[in-house]
Write a protein that binds this ligand. Structure first.
Ligand code: FE2
Ligand code: FE2
Length: 334
């Protein structure tokens, strides 16, 4: 991870300059004019297509596309709602413990980049639905929503009380999005090109700014702490993990909503036909796979995948759940 230090204004400023110079433009640098290749999947899958064992080639293609839209939407929701927390989780920290103006400037760039990412992922999903002439319920009913959720309310309350759960969530999301790209990278030629391009562009920004959440967590540890804040500090990561897990699982369960969509569209009918495949595993095995084996989902849920976050948690001696070691199934494109 970056060697940039919290109190080193020069290197913070240099990083900001690099981010500004290399930033991509959402309209100019992504070829939105290109048609989406509907014959290609969005994400490589494991042999059981996460929790759909026995899926046919046609079903696997739709599952891969559905899952790609869910991943886009998850990142977009998480990176899109963070500006709602900007005041309590960021500005008040910097006002209370002024580090240097460079840290503030770098933060402004960070928040702006996340907003851009959120728009890019949403734009891809909207293009996919419109090009395939899918019913709008694909976005309104099947995709995760953070705004108005218990997850966002809890993180917001924690931030208002001076807690750091927000930055633990952000640090984990930064690591996950880089890991998701790594899964895609080796199968580039077989994946949908525009989807790949959006994730590639995302990776470029993430690789440059991923240290920001960690710098904020270091700042958090240095803030003057009263009794309540000290107690929160110890448990913030636990809460961040609990709220993220419950939100992700609840949002994944939206796939069952597909049964209520009244459409004869082939894509919808194929996705509907996959739902019974989950019954072969049962709820306990599905949960186990989500935490231990499933690509993407276990990357989000299992903190063992968030190496730098865990390292910092150990250094700061904050509490963590004893999660089982992950063993993700290998992925490929057939
Ligand atoms: Fe991002
Ligand atoms: Fe990021």
């Amino acid at each position: 991870m970056a060697t940039i230090q919290l109190f080193d204004g020069n290197s913070l400023s240099r990083q900001d300059q690099i981010q500004a110079e290399r930033a991509w433009d959402i309209d100019r640098d992504i070829p939105w004019q290109n048609l989406i290749d509907e014959s290609k999947g969005l994400l490589p899958l494991d042999a059981d297509a996460l929790v759909f064992p026995g899926a046919s080639a046609e079903q696997r293609l739709v599952i891969s596309q559905y899952l790609g839209l869910v991943i886009n939407s998850t990142i977009s929701e998480m990176e899109g709602v963070i500006h709602h927390l900007k005041h309590h989780a960021w500005e008040t920290w910097l006002d209370e413990f002024p580090v240097n103006p460079e840290m503030r400037q770098l933060g402004e760039t960070f928040f702006a980049e996340e907003q851009k990412h959120s728009l890019a992922f949403d734009r891809y999903n909207e293009k996919f639905v419109s090009q395939l002439h899918l019913p709008p319920e694909v976005l309104s009913r099947l995709m995760p929503k953070a705004f108005g959720s218990f997850f966002l309310k809890a993180i917001d309350l924690n931030a208002r009380a001076g807690g750091a759960a927000f930055w633990w969530v952000v640090s984990a999301v930064e690591e996950v999005s880089i890991e998701i790209y790594r899964q895609m990278h080796q199968h580039e030629a077989k994946l949908e090109p525009l989807f790949f391009c959006v994730h590639r562009k995302h990776l470029e920004d993430e690789a440059r700014h991923r240290n920001y959440a960690f710098l904020m967590l270091e700042l958090g540890a240095k803030r003057p702490a009263g009794f309540i804040r000290r107690a929160l500090w110890q448990t913030d990561l636990l809460w961040a993990q609990a709220w993220t897990t419950s939100w992700v699982i609840a949002e994944l369960a939206r796939v069952f909503e597909v049964r209520k969509i009244k459409s004869q569209h082939e894509w919808i009918r194929t996705l509907q036909s996959t739902v019974p495949l989950m019954r072969k595993l049962g709820p306990v095995e599905i949960l186990k796979r989500f935490v231990v084996n499933s690509p993407y989902v276990s990357h989000v849920l299992n903190p063992h995948h968030h190496r730098h976050t865990v390292k910092l948690a150990q250094k700061q001696r904050v509490l963590r759940f004893p999660w089982p070691q992950p063993a993700p199934f290998p992925t490929g494109v057939t």
